[in-house]
Design a protein around this ligand. Structure first.
Ligand SMILES: Cc1cc2nc3c(=O)[nH]c(=O)nc-3n(C[C@H](O)[C@H](O)[C@H](O)COP(=O)(O)OP(=O)(O)OC[C@H]3O[C@@H](n4cnc5c(N)ncnc54)[C@H](O)[C@@H]3O)c2cc1C
Length: 476
């Protein structure tokens, strides 16, 4: 494919998607300009140093889902001079005082639940399987998904309350689509067969299907934020610009096909940037509010993001628990990660850090509580769970990210698709990334999409039409 001279490209947001697009554009001499609202690059993949520890917005491991992701891992490994450590993903759920491996291993869960409860769960799953065989129904809600894959009893026991806590909505109000993106697609029956089988699993034909066994890759030093920092250095060394503390507040489509972007500079002044093309990785709802084109943008009220709060607790002790993450059912936090399970160099020797993740809506009761108050409750609950003692704690800080997770409310597609089509109708404006596509994209997907989008821009070809459904995405 022959490359034509690309237009000047403005990239909104210096998360993994925006950086990946700009890396590719800059290395081909296209001199992109990134406008980033925060004072650091990385978006969700940023590392905030605290008392000698590296705290991420929840430790971010780079996973290779399929062979298509290997070149991306090779890219990062080369940028970090090979200084990448790896581990098998190991996650557990704390339930009724016991730890269960997650995703649930049915034979092991049955052993831990005891014969009576395990038999009741098995019977409930069998009843559900028969009901579905007699009268097949589509899986519309998250509740349908859980009941169909695990049976009603296991759904009630393990998933119902936890899902409502994480999303702030009952599973019957959430679309099944979010689980298809977040969980390995496997029924309890298939999982039992797999846990009995010794053969390696066959790779799925869908490169973004969550594999049952995952392997993390993580920078040896400096936290996951080392990945985006290396990308930003790459962009600048190839002539691109990464402008921090510049929030885009208006994007106007000009009559000549270009765009005028207004942004706030660090001293509060308003400045403008003219661009021949825009790659927007900010949330699609924010873009709809700041964009002015020939027609008004469609409504966005069914598209809401769940905010993430991370309590970062510095501890005087190491080897706090064996897995990388433990999920908790009835606590303020949803899951807790031990940062040195990602890299031992995430904390000084004999020291460690716990990263406790909570979810809420911006402006709700939890969001409005003071940081110290939230930290105090997290520490008290960790002490009650006997994860740490008060004496283990050296300090704590709270991180907040308003656009953590897109909430797939039942019927959300009715607003998402018109909005995607609206921006698809802009010949030189591209929405991309986790917030831009309103998708559960992981890092590898964002980087792949950023590269692929840049390749398209460099080709000079017309933008392809937006697909008919909300799960088929362009440029991946
Ligand atoms: C708690 C949590 C844990 C995760 N763990 C993992 C993991 O272990 N492995 C994995 O692969 N993925 C993980 N992910 C997913 C991963 O974080 C995302 O896939 C990825 O970071 C998304 O990158 P992005 O560039 O698309 O979006 P973002 O990282 O959100 O970047 C968007 C950027 O746009 C900026 N911005 C917003 N508004 C404006 C504006 N008006 N003007 C200018 N800039 C603006 C933001 O400041 C931000 O920097 C996790 C996600 C969450 C929430």
């Amino acid at each position: 494919m022959s490359e034509v001279k690309p237009p000047s490209v403005a990239v909104l947001g210096a998360g993994m998607t925006g950086l990946a697009a700009a890396v590719r554009l800059a290395e081909r001499g296209a001199n992109p300009t990134i406008l980033e609202a925060a004072d650091r690059v990385g978006g969700l993949v940023a590392t905030i140093p605290y008392q000698g520890r590296c705290f991420d917005y929840g430790p971010h491991g780079f996973a290779v889902y399929s062979a298509a992701d290997q070149p991306l891992l090779d890219f990062f490994t080369s940028k970090l001079d090979g200084q990448v450590v790896s581990a098998d993903k190991f996650v557990q759920i704390k339930f009724r005082g016991q730890l269960f491996d997650y995703p649930l291993k049915p034979m092991e869960a049955a052993r831990q639940l005891g014969p009576a409860e395990a038999a009741a769960c098995g019977a409930s799953y069998a009843a559900e399987a028969i009901r579905r065989a007699i009268r097949p129904r589509p899986l519309l809600t998250a509740e349908d998904f859980f009941v169909s894959n695990y049976g009603r009893k296991l759904y009630r026991t393990f998933f119902e309350h936890y899902t409502a806590k994480v999303w702030g909505r009952h599973p019957s109000k959430l679309s099944a689509r979010f689980l298809l993106k977040r969980m390995p697609r496997r029924s309890i029956f298939a999982a039992i067969l797999a846990s009995l089988a010794t053969k390696r699993q066959k790779e799925s034909s869908d490169p973004d299907e969550v594999p049952f066994h995952l392997h993390w890759h993580y920078p040896k030093t400096g936290g996951s934020g080392t990945f985006p920092t290396a990308m930003a250095a790459d962009i600048e060394s190839n002539g691109g610009r990464v402008l921090l503390s510049r929030r885009a507040i208006a994007v106007k489509a000009r009559d000549d096909g270009g765009y005028e972007i207004t942004y706030e500079s660090p001293d509060g002044r308003r400045e403008t940037l003219d661009a021949g093309a825009v790659v927007s990785t900010i949330s699609i709802t924010d873009l709809a509010h700041i964009f002015s084109g020939p027609d008004p943008a469609p409504p966005t009220d069914a598209l809401v993001f769940r905010a993430v709060l991370i309590a970062c607790i510095a501890t005087k002790r190491r080897d706090i628990f064996p897995p990388q993450n433990i999920y908790f059912q009835n606590r303020l936090f949803n899951r807790v990660a031990e940062i040195t399970r990602y890299s031992p160099e995430n904390a000084p020797p004999d020291r460690d850090g716990l990263s406790a993740e909570m979810t809420c809506d911006v402006g709700d009761q939890l969001w409005n509580r003071p940081d110290e108050d939230i930290l105090e409750q997290v520490i008290s609950e960790l002490v009650e769970e006997e994860v740490i003692t008060r004496d283990d704690v050296e300090g704590g800080m709270l991180l907040r990210y308003p656009h953590g997770y897109p909430v797939y409310l039942l019927g959300y597609e009715k607003q998402l698709l018109p909005l995607r089509r609206y921006f698809a109708g802009q010949p030189r404006l591209y929405v991309a990334g986790r917030q831009g596509l309103y998708s559960y994209a992981q890092m590898h997907f964002c980087v792949r999409a950023g590269f692929s989008l840049a390749d398209h821009l460099l080709s000079g070809e017309d933008k392809p039409a937006e697909p008919e459904d909300s799960e088929t995405l362009l440029f991946v």
